[in-house]
Design a protein around this ligand. Sequence first.
Ligand code: DHB
Length: 368
Amino acid sequence: VLAQDKFKIGLILPMTGQQASTGRQIEAAARLYMAQNGDTVAGKKIELIIKDDAATPDQTKRLAQELVVNEKVNVLGGFGVTPAALAAAPIATQSKTPLVVMAAATSSITEASPYIVRTSFTLPQVSVSLADWAPKNGIKKVVTLVSDYGPGIDAEKYFKDRLTFNGGQVVEQLRVPLRSPDFAPFLQKVRDIKPDALFVFVPSGAGAAVMKQFLERGLDKAGIKLIATGDVTDDDQLNDMGDGALGVVTSHHYSAAHPSAMNKKFVEAFEKANKGMRPNFMAVGGYDGMRVIYEALKATKGQGGGDALLAAMKGQIFESPRGKIFIDAQTRDIVQDVYLRKVERKNGQLYNVEFDVIKDVKDPGKAK
Ligand code: DHB
């Protein structure tokens, strides 16, 4: 294949280290999308290049540079954590390369470069719905516990502001380090305060440790409810969390149990192609990110440079396994339904079962 007949997509993902499940899920989803939709689009042969940054921003930056300068990729994608997406943003701007954020979820990321488009979610987007639900369900006094970086700070702020607006109260705000977190001393403190509920955000992959220590310290028996963003009851880990997770209420944009025909097909195909691995919200961000890239390539008939591709990404509306989604042309951020879910056992497995939906939620961080 001649160089001009190729279309290169460079995904930078954490394939090793603490965030490796994110890389594994997104790579599997991208490969599934290609297997289902072919690797030739508008006369171009799609080449997928995957680079491991171990979620370390200086590596992300170096890899983004390499992909743009040496590989001459047409699109950058992936980005497992916020610091990685922010590190690559200036390279997208300088090289006029569209950059599709498939995982990272701090509100401000899309403002770091006009070439960024997001197919994941934002923490403000999913946190406010839980703060609307809580006070209507007997939860007035809350302690927040978040990972101490961008998405955690967003979750903490937007949850607190909305809960306070609704007449509730955040009585303590706890922040735990992102690297090698020890939740035990924080949870002991929560036990002593004895709020109605503990609200948690930790990134994908860390939820099982929170759940385990929450139960080990007997916070549930002390009458403290656990509520969280869906990052905590991550479909990648949920089945291993055990019955202690039953009843936990979360808000998020994707559940493997989402009852649409498209999602059933997606989950089945994903599990079949990956030895039974259940797709999580990271997989869906990757799958939809590939869709956005493929459709932009089709719309530009294979002739577009970075600016034309970017223009064709803006405004896309389509059905995702999570429900209908929309790439807002002004903000380049995703608009989507947010669901309230409860962990239940179904056919012998644990799932986040949706019980309410808030339609077409924009990122509240952009409403200024
Ligand atoms: C981010 C990472 C995650 O794993 C997650 O679940 C949410 C946000 C981030 O770094 O932006």
